[in-house]
Design a protein around this ligand. Structure first.
Ligand SMILES: Nc1ncnc2c1ncn2[C@@H]1O[C@H](COP(=O)(O)OP(=O)(O)OP(=O)(O)O)[C@@H](O)[C@H]1O
Ligand SMILES: [Mg+2]
Length: 311
């Protein structure tokens, strides 16, 4: 029988999310003329939308499932940081925001005119190592009161101290989940599970020509990193779990696909919430896959509710 969890148990489950948080902004407007200053359209903004992105969206996904989430991240001393905090608190996500005064809080601003994206403007720069090191104390005490730790790496520099953080969490016996980025997976050594998508994994083990080649290289990577499991998310092909017992695969569950952005965030958030309830990875995987299948049927980065997942 498929694993399940009751709502009250899930409501007690606490996931600490650590990583690169972002604010996704959308400015919609009318384009009526070309600028006299340069050959570019002038957009008169008449509507604004904001969404939590990156690690903040992962934390929101944990909360949407009705589990508890705390987000630990670095922000600047700026308006987007205050907005990020406000949006998280409105959603019931607890916040531990370290402040780096020289940092731009990460914002991805899209300007949309005539139903078309005209430009995307990114605010981001590298956070300061000392500020990040100063957050380790907060990390350690928060970690003690959560049942699972989830690292959401978007490659923005917020996870400089991840090897130490993984060591602390594993030392305390907590499951550690990582959504990885980049070439250097050595920094995730010792984690419980990493959840790359196909492109991310191919960057590290090279493109595979067959399932047999994938299995061999995925297992070699898993052993080299000393991690319990590698969960490969495969979009329309579902997902594959590689662990010490071997390999299990589940097919994609989506009935209709409208918007695939953020599916990876939903998958790892669901997996973390299930591990926080005491499930094994093999029990949690089909549930996370179901969550991915549900979220791609919705517009915008959204989460999946307990009712949708276990109906
Ligand atoms: N086109 C699709 N059809 C069916 N299911 C899908 C599709 N895309 C994603 N999914 C579901 O969502 C899961 C995660 O998707 P994917 O592998 O694309 O993650 P991702 O690339 O990290 O996503 P993102 O980075 O956009 O959040 C898949 O394992 C599957 O369950
Ligand atoms: Mg992803």
């Amino acid at each position: 029988m498929a694993a399940t969890v009751d709502r009250n148990t899930l409501a007690e489950a606490r996931v600490l999310v650590v990583g690169d948080a972002m604010l996704d902004r959308y400015w919609f407007g009318a384009v009526e003329r070309i600028s006299p200053e340069a050959p570019v359209p002038v957009v008169r903004v008449n509507r604004e939308e904001e969404r939590l992105g990156g690690a903040a969206n992962v934390a929101l996904n944990v909360k949407t499932l009705s589990a508890q989430a705390t987000l630990l991240t670095v922000v600047g001393n700026d308006e987007p940081a205050r907005r990020l905090r406000q949006l998280l608190e409105q959603q019931g996500v607890s916040t531990l925001l370290g402040e780096d005064p020289q940092l731009y809080t990460i914002v991805k601003l899209r300007v949309i005119g005539r139903s078309q994206q005209l430009i995307r403007i990114d605010f981001e720069n590298q956070p300061d190592h000392e500020v990040l090191a100063g957050m380790l104390g907060d990390y350690e005490s928060a970690m003690a009161s959560h049942q699972a730790v989830l690292f959401s790496d978007y490659g923005k520099g917020g996870l400089t101290h991840i090897p130490r953080m993984i060591e602390l969490a594993r030392g305390a016996g907590k499951p550690v989940l990582v959504d990885p980025k980049g070439h250097d997976y050595g920094r995730y050594a010792g984690a419980t599970v990493i959840t790359p998508n196909r492109a991310e994994l191919a960057q590290v083990i090279g493109p595979w020509g067959s399932e047999a080649e994938l299995h061999e290289r995925a297992q070699a990577l898993r052993e080299r990193l000393g991690i319990e499991a590698l969960l490969l998310t495969r979009s329309e092909e579902g997902m594959s779990l590689f662990d010490a017992q071997g390999h299990v695969q589940v097919p994609a569950q989506a009935r209709e696909v409208f918007d695939v952005t953020g599916a990876g965030d939903t998958v790892i958030a669901t997996l973390a919430a299930m591990l926080a309830c005491g499930m094994t990875l093999r029990e949690a995987m089909p549930i996370a896959n179901r969550a991915g299948g549900i979220v791609v049927g919705k517009f915008g980065t959204a989460g999946v509710t307990y009712e949708e997942l276990f109906a």
